[in-house]
Design a protein around this ligand. Sequence first.
Ligand SMILES: [Zn+2]
Length: 191
Amino acid sequence: MRNRDAIVYNLIRSSRKTISIQVTPDGNVTVRVPNRCSRATAEEYVNKNQEWIRKTKEELRQRAKEQKAFKAHLPEWTKEDYDRHRELARQVFQQSVDYYAQQMQVSYRRITIRDQKTRWGSCSMKGNLNFNWRLVLAPREVLDYVVVHELAHRREMNHSSRFWGLVAEVMPDYKWRREWLKENGDLLMSR
Ligand SMILES: [Zn+2]
């Protein structure tokens, strides 16, 4: 067993002004320090924050375990199950896009339901909308957020503060929806 007091970490020096600690989901600890920061100062900083580091590592480990358990319990789906959900996705997205396009007074061309492992949605310059069918497995509020996000790109083809302003105008509570997707996106994509 490893000595409880020793925290193993990568030390990265750069032209930054402050010290920061990052724990990645796989449990690696990275400490970023200013160029002139001594090893001892970094060490002291890590020691001062070791409680937080351990807690964060433990939380991440716990979450990974839960996700694994959840995945293991996903029942097998037949091709018909997938087809059914894709069809449902088509209907729900059509409904949601119609509603929010009117609210936001934007136009669009075509909605395509896709089977992608990396994206939730996209919007082309011409106004063609693409959505991932797996969003029907998420709460409706989350699906609606992706719709509003893509429709906002009809006005702003970027993620500027103006863009987020448009999103917030029609969906003031969009942040928790976006967070939900960040937190649970991997689970949805595992289907
Ligand atoms: Zn976007």
